[in-house]
Unconditional design. Structure first.
Length: 189
């Protein structure tokens, strides 16, 4: 899937470059199409990433019962600046780090965007024995569903939008071949 996204991005950029070289009048349209294509490809990549993590936990994940020892609330504030250095906006994300005491000896924590359990609670947790993917409550494993229809539709829309833009830009302008002949009044006068 990564190769398909890479190729789609490359050919989209390549055709954008060819259209821009051909005519600068398509710059705004190319910019909008490039933005739409990029957003769709990011959505597709996010769906694939979430699905891969979920599938890894389904296939090789281990389940264990854990007791929540404590829950730490961590706030992460990010400030965004414009090109001049002025603050455009600030965003804050809150993560809840659930510290665990597990029967299997690990994992020692899982991190969620919500408070999942309170200290002293027992939680069934699924973790990756290789440690490449963070632990999650077992009831969330398998909840992602199959993203593949969404992925293929997203890629199809990106390709259709890009090819449609190329086709429209490749059609010669209706007024390009008309020239003014002497002795005839110009249109619109």
């Amino acid at each position: 899937m990564g190769w398909a996204l890479l190729l789609a991005g490359f050919f989209g950029g390549f055709f954008s470059f060819l259209l821009y070289v051909r005519s600068e009048r398509w710059f705004i349209a190319q910019f909008l199409v490039m933005g739409l294509s990029s957003l769709l490809l990011c959505g597709v990549a996010g769906a694939v990433s979430g699905s891969v993590e979920d599938e890894v936990l389904q296939t090789r994940g281990r389940h264990t019962m854990c007791t929540v020892v404590e829950v730490d609330e961590q706030r992460h504030t990010t400030t965004h600046y414009d090109s001049v250095g002025n603050v455009t906006h600030t965003s804050t994300r809150t993560d809840y780090v659930h510290r665990l005491n597990c029967a299997a000896g690990r994992p020692d924590k899982f991190i969620m965007g919500v408070r999942w359990a309170s200290p002293g609670s027992r939680v069934d947790v699924t973790y990756d024995p290789r440690g490449r993917i963070g632990a999650v409550p077992t009831e969330l494993v398998g909840g992602q569903g199959e993203p593949w229809p969404l992925v293929w539709v997203g890629l199809g829309v990106v390709i259709t939008v890009r090819l449609g833009c190329v086709a429209v830009a490749a059609v010669p302008s209706q007024t390009a071949g008309r020239e003014h002949r002497p002795g005839r009044p110009r249109p619109g006068r």
